[in-house]
Write a protein that binds this ligand. Sequence first.
Ligand code: G3P
Ligand code: MG
Length: 244
Amino acid sequence: MSLRLSRFVGHRGIAAEAPENTLTGFRLAAEAGFSWVEFDVMLSADDVPVLHHDETLGRTNNGSGPVAAHTLSALKTLDAGAWFGPGFAGERIPTFAEAISCCRALGLSMNVEIKPTKGREVHTAELVSDMLNDLCPDLTDRIIVSSFVPGCLRIAQEKAPDFLRGYLSDSMAEGWREGAEELGCFSVHPNHARLDADLIAAIQEAGFRILTYTVNDPERAASLIGWGVDAVITDEPLAAAALA
Ligand code: G3P
Ligand code: MG
């Protein structure tokens, strides 16, 4: 498999410029020059994978209460854009299927982060895996599935083995290497605050590519890339800045 990574991955679309995890965010990311975007996937109450970061509604829309307690039709009544700016009013929470077809149309590669709500880890990973198999059999070279939850990556490994996996870690605590190896990961996705040249070298020596989050400072991005990081996941249009 020949996967073409880009140095910059738009975080939750392009979170500094558009409401996160929305189709408008993907469009603006593509317009800013990104060829990859990251987004978060969890389940509605009626088991539809949707794009949302927090377990509860409210920060990024006009809802309240747990995402997992709302059906898709209830989630679809919410405004997921007005909080960010009046020009984004009327934006809806996208389904995973809508995100796939939007990214496909825009030519964007996808870092699909499985972000299950508590207790729904297995089912979320199963449904995401099924949808990848059904909707994206031709996109195995343009998708990385990542998660902070090793059990989700285990299910992706079993059910959607054709798709590459990324081992997300905030702490990079001891055991990351064994964890990523056991899950047959392609890449490790550390919090950039944990990274230095030595750890980057260790990850590379272990055979993994490195996508690090969330890097919004161009100088930090340049240092990380200089040390050998493959990609920085960023809220900002750093890609455009780098090309300028
Ligand atoms: O996938 C990278 C990054 O999105 C992980 O953290 O909390 O922003 O989903 P978070
Ligand atoms: Mg994420």
